[in-house]
Ligand binder design. Structure first.
Ligand code: ASP
Length: 310
C-alpha cells in the first residue's frame, strides 16, 4: 500500500523574500505528516499534524498570523474530512484559538454535527480545552491598517466599498493568500483532507468561505482528497473539491481532472485559485492559477519536494 502526503500554503502572490520562510514551513509540515504515516499512523493524524505545523507558522494565513476581517479581528474557517467513514468536522467564524483544525476534528469526533459556527464554535473550543489565544501578529495588523487606510482615502469613500472589496485587493500587489491545507493517504488506503484559513483579508464579518464547506474547499472520497485555496467564492460556486474527485471516480487521471476544473473556473470566473490533491494510488498533484502556491509533498517512492510554483 502507498502512503503519501501533500500540503499547501495558499494560492496568491507572495512578497519577494517571503519564499524561504514559506518553504521552510512547508518542509516542516511534510516531515510532521510523513513521520506519522511511516509509523503506520492514520491519514487523519498525518493531515492534522501537518496542518498544525502550518497554522503555527505565522507566514501563513491560518492559526497564528491569519488575516483580519474588515472590522480588524480574525474569524477562522477550517474543515477536516475522511474518506472511508465519510467523516466531516468543520468550524466557521471561530475566534481566538491557536489551532482551528483541531477544533474542526473535535467537531467530527466529539459531536453529532458536521459544522459549528461563530460563538457556538468558540464556546465548543473552550469546552474542548482550547484556551483563549490571540492569533494576530504585528505584520498582519500592520497590513490591515495599511489596507484600511488606503480604502479610506480611495474607494472607501463609497460606504458600500467594503462589500465589493476584491477589486481593491487585486490592485494592491501585496495581496497574498496563505490558507493552508494537507491531504494524506495512509497504509490502510484511507484518504484525509484538512484545510484551515483566516479567509480572505478584509472580508465582511460573518463571511464563510470555501474552506469549511465539504465538497468545495475540502473534500475526501475513496477516490481522491482535495484541498483548495484562493478566492473561496469561486471554489464554492464550482463545488470544486467534489468536482475533481468525481472526475477521478469516473476514471480521469487526477492531474487531468484538476486542470479541467481549473480551466472551467478560469472560463467562468477568471478564478485566482489553486488545489492540492492525492488519489488512492498515492499520486500527488498541485496546480494553481496564481503567481505562487507554496506546496510540498512526500510519496513512498522516496520523492520529497517543496516548491513555490507547480
Ligand atoms: N480560500 C480561502 C477563502 O476564501 C482563502 C485563500 O485560500 O486564500 O476563505
Amino acid at each position: 500500500m502507498s502512503i503519501a502526503l501533500i500540503v499547501h500554503g495558499g494560492a496568491g502572490t507572495w512578497r519577494p523574500g517571503s519564499d524561504a520562510d514559506a518553504l521552510a514551513g512547508i518542509r516542516r509540515a511534510v516531515k510532521a505528516g510523513r513521520d506519522i504515516l511511516e509509523r503506520q499512523g492514520s491519514a487523519l493524524d498525518a493531515a492534522c499534524a501537518a496542518a498544525v505545523v502550518l497554522e503555527d507558522e505565522s507566514v501563513f494565513n491560518a492559526g497564528t498570523g491569519a488575516v483580519l476581517n474588515f472590522d480588524g479581528f480574525v474569524e477562522f474557517d477550517a474543515c477536516v474530512m475522511t474518506s472511508h467513514d465519510k467523516g466531516i468536522g468543520a468550524v466557521s467564524g471561530l475566534q481566538r484559538v491557536q489551532n482551528p483544525i483541531l477544533v474542526a476534528r473535535q467537531v467530527m469526533e466529539m459531536t453529532d454535527h458536521v459544522m459549528l459556527t461563530g460563538d457556538g464554535a468558540t464556546r465548543f473550543a473552550r469546552v474542548m480545552g482550547h484556551p483563549d489565544y490571540d492569533p494576530v501578529t504585528p505584520a498582519r495588523l500592520a497590513d490591515w491598517q495599511d489596507k484600511k487606510q488606503k480604502l479610506a482615502f480611495g474607494i472607501g469613500r463609497d460606504p458600500q466599498a467594503s462589500m465589493k472589496i476584491r477589486a481593491f485587493l487585486q490592485s494592491h500587489p501585496e495581496y497574498a493568500g496563505g490558507t493552508i491545507g494537507a491531504v494524506a493517504l495512509d497504509a490502510q488506503g484511507h484518504l484525509c483532507a484538512a484545510t484551515s484559513t483566516g479567509g480572505v483579508t478584509m472580508k465582511l464579518v460573518g463571511r464563510v468561505g470555501d474552506t469549511p464547506l465539504p465538497g468545495c474547499g475540502t473534500y475526501a472520497s475513496i477516490d481522491a482528497a482535495v484541498s483548495a485555496t484562493g478566492t473561496g467564492e469561486y471554489v464554492v460556486r464550482s463545488f470544486a473539491g467534489r468536482e475533481i474527485a468525481d472526475r477521478v471516480a469516473r476514471g480521469v487521471a487526477l492531474d487531468t481532472a484538476m486542470n479541467a476544473v481549473l480551466d472551467q473556473m478560469q472560463a467562468d470566473f477568471n478564478a485566482d485559485v489553486g488545489f492540492i490533491a492525492l488519489d488512492r494510488h498515492g499520486r500527488t498533484v498541485a496546480a494553481h492559477r496564481t503567481a505562487h502556491m507554496p506546496h510540498g509533498w512526500f510519496r513512498n517512492d522516496g520523492l520529497t519536494e517543496a516548491r513555490m510554483q507547480a
